[in-house]
Every structure is written in C-alpha cells, then in structure tokens.
Design a protein around this ligand. Structure first.
Ligand SMILES: Nc1nc2c(ncn2[C@@H]2O[C@H](COP(=O)(O)OP(=O)(O)O)[C@@H](O)[C@H]2O)c(=O)[nH]1
Ligand SMILES: [Mg+2]
Length: 283
C-alpha cells in the first residue's frame, strides 16, 4: 500500500538509511524533486535499477556522477537479482563506518527504507532483498498491513513497504516517464509519445532502430537528407518504414501509426530495442 507523504516522514524517524530507487534509463526524471527535503540529512544509497535495460557506458557515468556527490550508488537488475549482493555489502559497509556509540545504537541493526516514484522497481527490489515474494509487484493495489521489518543478514533491517514518492512533471520529464511507461499511455496520446520517442531514437540510437526493425541505413539517410520534407514528415516516413516491416497496414494501404507507436514503445520497455539510456550526462 502506498504510503502518504505524512506516513513517509513519520517512518523516516525510525530509519538510519534511505535507499532511493531510480530508473537507470532516466536517473533525473525518475527522481523525486523534493527528495533532499524529505530525507533531510539521512544517510542515502542510490539504486540505479533496471540497469539491464540501460546502456552500460552510461551506467558507469551515472554511478560516477553520484559518487562525485558523495552519494554511494549501485547498479541493480531487480528481476534477475544482479547487483543485490553489492547493495547489501554497501549498506553493511555504511553500517560499519558509522559510529553508533553517540546514539547508543551499537550492536543494533541499521534500519533501511526504500523510497522512489511509481514503477522504478521498489517492490521487485524488496522481493530480491528478502528473497521471497512478500511485496506486490506490478500495478495491482496492495493490501494494508502492519509495519514489518525484515532482517537481512545480521546487520540490516528493512521496512517491508516502500515509500511511494511523486514524480516531477514538467514537459520534458513527463515525456521520459511516458516512454518508460510510468505515466500511463492514455494520459498522453500514444501516437504522439511514440512519434517523439522515435525522434529521440533517430538522433541517439539509430543503430538500435536499424537492427530491431531491419531497416536499411541508406533508406534512413535518404529520408533525412531530403530537402522536400519537413522534420515532422521525415519521422512519419520512418514510422511508415517500420509499419511496413511489421505489416501494420490498415485498409487502403495506409499505415496504422498508433500501432507502430505501440510497437516501438513496447519494444523499448521490454528491452527488445537494446540497452538504452535516455538521460545522458553531458560531457
Ligand atoms: N527489466 C527490468 N524490469 C524491472 C526491474 N525492476 C522492476 N522491473 C519491472 O518493472 C515493473 C514495475 O516494478 P515494481 O517492482 O512493481 O515497481 P514499483 O512500482 O516501484 O514497486 C514490473 O513490471 C517489474 O517486473 C529491473 O531491474 N529490470
Ligand atoms: Mg510497488
């Protein structure tokens, strides 16, 4: 069950360390804008989750980016459990490096809570950490239960329900969150989302596009070198190429653009378009 902001702030009083879960494909847009204010000066660990879906080179850069800010960060794939041992190890070393004497907490566990916006993989991460399916994954509403702590090893106690934060929703972030499926497709029009996403792919991930839909590079070059068509028409032409490959014609030989948009977005979300980081660190 989603905790209210008030409940999160209440729970935080019991917490020694906050694990902030971000989507490795969009580390900025998947971060709650008020996180600093909410957690104040609590210790913090960032998880770049879904790192199986993001670009490896960019992953490394993001880890360095957070570490430069003195925030430990770990790459995780909560579906397979890759990175989980490192998460536990990192929390334990934070515990070991903490002087609990002054707080009178020596010998006690470090108490941990997971925070993040919807869909970043908080429940999946909790399941992986406690190695059984106690947290509900997916979109089904949860059931209210009593606060429960799960012991992980002999140093960590994890609060079993995550704090659900809200995303920031300016125009740019909203698009990224729509691409990843965090904002539901019916709120923003699917064809528009797919169209804009394709624009981004053409710019940054052309090779992925060519490979997935078996496009000819010269066909793409031909489209983009034409002086007779607008940018808008060029993207629509690429949608048509993909649509033809996928047989998404409607009567009269027209391309079903909505169907093409759905295919591209589904392929991105399931990793079939390859490893794609949408938000990159500027050099
Ligand atoms: N590929 C991939 N999918 C993930 C990962 N973590 C979670 N997911 C998927 O993302 C969706 C949302 O996960 P969930 O744990 O319910 O997110 P929550 O809303 O933050 O609790 C589910 O379909 C998960 O299977 C990951 O590391 N890699
Ligand atoms: Mg959840």
């Amino acid at each position: 069950m989603a905790k209210t902001k008030k409940q999160i702030i209440e729970d935080l009083k019991l917490i020694d360390l906050v694990v902030e879960v971000l989507d490795a494909r969009i580390p900025i847009s998947s971060q709650n804008p008020d996180i600093g204010k909410i957690i104040q000066n609590k210790k913090r660990l960032i998880i770049l989750n879904k790192s199986d879906l993001s670009n490896q080179t960019e992953n490394t850069k993001w880890i360095q980016y957070f570490q430069k800010q003195q925030i430990p960060a770990v790459l995780v794939d909560s579906v397979t459990g890759k990175g989980i041992p490192e998460v536990i190890h990192t929390i334990e070393s934070i515990y070991d490096s903490t002087n609990y004497d002054s707080k009178g907490r020596i010998g006690k566990s470090i108490r941990v809570m997971i925070l993040g916006i919807p869909n970043v993989g908080k429940s999946s991460l909790i399941n992986r950490l406690v190695k059984k399916n106690i947290a509900q994954v997916g979109n089904k509403p949860g059931v209210t239960r009593q606060k429960q702590w799960t012991k992980i090893g002999n140093k960590i106690e994890l609060l079993d329900t995550p704090g659900v934060l809200w995303p920031k929703l300016n125009e740019k972030n909203a698009m990224y969150l729509a691409y990843t499926g965090t904002i539901k497709d019916d709120i923003l029009e699917i064809t528009e989302i797919g169209y804009q996403f394709l624009q981004l792919l053409v710019k940054d991930y052309k090779a992925n596009l060519i490979q997935r839909y078996q496009l000819q590079e010269e066909n793409l070059n031909h489209i983009f070198s034409s002086r007779e068509t607008t940018e808008n028409e060029k993207i629509l032409e690429v949608m048509e190429l993909i649509g033809k490959k996928r047989g998404t014609l409607i009567s009269g030989g027209e391309i079903n653009y909505e169907r093409v948009a759905t295919i591209i977005l589904d392929d991105f979300r399931s990793g079939k378009l390859g490893k794609i980081t949408l938000e990159k660190i500027e050099e």
